[in-house]
Design a protein around this ligand. Structure first.
Ligand code: SF4
Ligand code: SF4
Length: 259
């Protein structure tokens, strides 16, 4: 079994839904100091690993209505804090960080120096770099590893699971075969636009992007301060991700019937 296959099986055995590899030359144009080579000068492969957000964690619109222990006025706060923020975000990012550490250790035990980026930004980074930025972009790494394209929501839309995936990145000096970039669109594009229309004003489309191309770079901008404000004022709970119709389990009718 080749190293890439061993790595992929290890990741999938620990809960990864998607694993892809990019060559570092796909990151030209990265912000200064944030290219994979800025962290690992001899980097040969960038590994992107995605974990799926369980569907019912983001399909919660009707939950807790009339629930005995949750006052009606606290319902949205509880849903946002517990379902979305804790189970759909923090815990998945912590699992991704643990998984990336294991993959890094596995690669080093095979003799390849490697480096991972935790998606959990406790400690210095959380306060010292702008919100919504990372030392490396897990989203760009996922797109360059062929796992998806950017959607109009600025999130990675994968063919299998839509945007309902969180990612982590591992850099390694091991030479692993790169996966092809996504060849066909996963985002339904401007004709869909549900994510933009349902967002309370934080997403705006860039000028002049090719509407029919596969989007390897973001076709829109997200106003991060507005997005943060919307989360606490409107309880939007990542509506741009949750409402995307791509990659949902079952048809809308099937889902309605199970409610
Ligand atoms: S999280 Fe909410 S406010 Fe932020 S971009 Fe998505 S829909 Fe808009
Ligand atoms: S909601 Fe529609 S336009 Fe937005 S990311 Fe999903 S498929 Fe693309």
């Amino acid at each position: 079994m080749g190293l890439k296959q061993e790595l992929t099986e290890l990741a999938k055995g620990q809960g990864a839904a998607l694993v892809g590899v990019a060559s570092p030359d796909r990151f030209e144009g990265a912000p200064r100091g944030h290219h994979p080579r800025d962290f690992v000068p001899g980097v040969k492969s960038v590994v992107s690993v995605g974990m799926k957000i369980p569907e019912l964690l983001w399909d919660w619109e009707d939950l807790l209505k009339g629930a005995e222990f949750v006052p009606a006025e606290a319902r949205m706060e509880v849903l946002q804090g517990y379902l979305y923020q804790e189970m759909g975000y923090n815990l998945i990012n912590e699992a991704l960080a643990q998984l990336a550490l294991r993959l890094t250790t596995f690669l080093e035990l095979q003799g390849h120096r490697s480096f991972y980026f935790s998606p959990v930004t406790r400690g210095g980074a959380a306060d010292r770099i702008p919100f919504g930025r990372g030392l490396i972009s897990h989203r760009h790494a996922a797109v360059r590893a062929g796992l998806g394209e950017f959607g109009l929501n600025n999130i990675v839309v994968t063919p299998q699971f839509g945007p309902h995936v969180r990612f982590v990145t591992v850099l390694t000096e091991a030479e692993l075969p790169a996966d092809p970039l996504l060849a066909e669109k996963a985002c339904l594009g401007v004709g869909c636009s549900i994510c933009v229309e349902d967002c309370p004003g934080a997403i705006s489309l860039r000028d002049g992007f090719d509407q029919r191309a596969v989007w390897y770079d973001t076709p829109a901008r997200t106003d991060i301060p507005k997005c943060r404000e919307a989360r606490s004022v409107h309880f939007c709970l990542g509506r741009c991700m949750r409402k995307c119709p791509v990659g949902r389990i079952g048809s809308p009718e099937d889902r309605a019937a199970t409610r």
